[in-house]
Write a protein that binds this ligand. Structure first.
Ligand code: CDP
Length: 280
């Protein structure tokens, strides 16, 4: 009850100067940090911090699909499980799947289905796990962005990374990347995911209402932002896999001297034997 009393009667999400409650302009993203290869047990993994969102993605596969009756003899299955930790939101979330997480898992697996070269891996499955540790609106976009880096980290062949972002409408203004208050009290939210290299849209959803012009504007903002997020995804992979010449030389110097090749060992032992035979 106390909480409700603290909510202002009329929440102004964007002021007359076009500044939002968290200080951003209409076309600004929240700060984003992406790390690739953060988990030792998964084939590929990534961690994304996106404003107040903290999301982990782990990927396994392509590996034999189980249960076997699900196997497709012509291609790999792409399966996703999006999950929110009970402590990820302010009201404890009941553990386990619910309608929302089943929907998000489905749309994310469909988005990746269209980029992964599934025909190369019949009877297998690529399993994507997305764990939301802290949520602040836009978790499906953060999860998808993390999962794309994790799939690349696992070495699964695909057309390109998938990059995701949402735009919506608050106080009558179309804005990029809504945070939790904006998502709760705004008029619309429209998450999308794009394959940057081809421009293909692989996820598009809408919560609320936008006119055609507003929708065009929202998509324009999201597509522009996706280019910036794509750079961050590629940077994360580069940081994980690129090595400087110095690093290579340092590693080579630290490595133990190579043991003699088997042929040399055999020849040396023959010499020993000869020596023994020849000695009195
Ligand atoms: O997270 P995303 O925007 O992709 O999905 P949403 O269904 O629009 O949820 C928006 C936000 O509502 C989430 O990011 C959470 O911060 C919050 N939420 C919550 O507090 N409790 C839930 N059970 C589900 C969502």
């Amino acid at each position: 009850m106390e909480d409700i009393e603290h909510i202002p009667k009329e929440l102004k999400l964007i002021d007359e100067n076009g500044v939002r409650l968290d200080g951003r302009r209409f076309d600004e993203l929240r700060p984003i940090r992406i790390e690739a290869g953060v988990l030792g047990r998964a084939d590929g993994s990534a961690y994304v911090e996106w404003g107040g969102n903290k999301v982990l993605a782990a990927v396994y596969g392509p590996r034999e699909a189980h249960p076997r009756h699900l196997q497709d003899p012509a291609r790999a299955l792409v399966q996703c499980r999006y999950n929110m930790a009970p402590f990820s939101v302010s009201d404890r979330k009941r553990p386990g799947p619910d309608r929302r997480s089943v929907e998000i898992s489905k749309v994310i697996s469909e988005a990746f289905s269209s980029v992964i070269f599934k025909e190369q891996f019949p009877r297998t499955s690529v399993d994507i796990f997305i764990e939301v540790l802290q949520a602040d609106a836009g978790t499906r976009c953060a999860g998808l962005t993390a999962a794309a880096v994790a799939i690349a980290d696992a070495g699964v062949p695909m057309k390109d990374l998938v990059t995701s972002c949402a735009s919506g409408k608050i106080g009558g203004v179309v804005c990029l990347d809504l945070n939790k208050d904006e998502d709760n009290f705004g008029e619309a939210d429209c998450p999308m995911a794009i394959v940057p290299r081809t421009g293909e849209i692989v996820l598009l959803q809408m919560d609320g209402h936008l006119t055609y012009d507003e929708f065009q504007k929202a998509m324009g903002l999201s597509i522009d932002a996706a280019k910036r997020i794509y750079d961050l995804q590629r940077d994360a992979l580069r940081r994980r896999y690129s090595a400087t010449v110095d690093e290579i030389l340092r590693e080579a110097a630290a490595a133990p001297a190579p043991s003699p090749a088997p042929a040399e060992v055999a020849f040396d032992s023959q010499l020993d034997d000869l020596g023994r035979e020849g000695s009195p």
